[in-house]
Write a protein that binds this ligand. Sequence first.
Ligand SMILES: O=C(O)CCC(=O)C(=O)O
Ligand SMILES: [Fe+2]
Length: 338
Amino acid sequence: MNIHLSSHHLIPLDFKSLVSLPNSHTWAPSSSDHHPFPDSVPVIDLSDPNATPLVRRACEKWGVFQVTNHGVPMNLIKQTQLQTHRLFALPRDQKLRVLRSPDGFSGYGSARISDNFPKLMWSEGFSMMGSPLEHARQLWPRHHANFCNVMEEYQKEMKGLAAKLIELMLRSLGLNNEDVKWLTHPQSLLQLNSYPVCPDPTRAMGLAPHTDSSLLTLLYQTTTGGLQVLVDGVSWAPVYPTAGALVVNVGDLMHILSNGCFKSVVHRAIVNKVHHRISIAYFYGPPWDVKISPLMKLTDHPPLYQPVTWKEYLGYKATHFNKALELIRNDGGEIQAN
Ligand SMILES: O=C(O)CCC(=O)C(=O)O
Ligand SMILES: [Fe+2]
């Protein structure tokens, strides 16, 4: 499905002014909503001597895990959370001053994946590629320094942790950083998500089911849960907020790189009636123009995917959404890129 909506769908609702769900935001329940999953996403302590095999198992079975003892200062996470609330608490017309352009990466707006669904989501977001200075100046002409410092520091910490986790994932497969030399210049995007209090959460969708296009995503979801992952294609397992933990999602590019060994996890965010939920997602990937393909050492069976750059892959994702991986699969996507 690829429904191209006009750019006004980039503009989130004025959530505060609504006492009921408008039809544009009312979703039919899906059959998997009735299959809650009893097991829960693994939590891995990075200081555990067994962390490497635990990471491998989590990536193969789930495509997602939580990490504790990750070394990112809790105070910085709290500051980032505070600045995120500060941004979304701004009056709507002020946030609309920094509206993301339809094909842009930075700024305020509805979820990028909105174009692929017939209904709209109960959320708003703010994305940053590199420094947020330009937008922050428009949001707070005089008081933007704190926001910028915190977001830049957070990106720096996430970059270090992402590199560490990639190394761990590679090591778990018998590989090392020499196999991904191009990762000395990673590319990343920081995305703040806001899910306002919702009058009818069972019929609304915070963020519709998707996989991330990154190599990996590091997500902080505060103490208000809402993230769910799809297990075996039929059941939604909640990812319970765990004090100080960060959620690690395997993204599509890591699935490709691992020649299908690691799952890229399908996930979604649900909303609730009581708490305004925020989450902070850091997407980490290769430089835009580097071709990613299954690592040769893992191709004891033929490579499953054709080489693709992150930029090209995002293009496929925009046109074919959850069929994008099929499109570059060697054993025959029937779909043709257009
Ligand atoms: O808010 C969440 O828990 C999920 C966010 C997410 O999946 C994303 O930003 O890609
Ligand atoms: Fe995601």
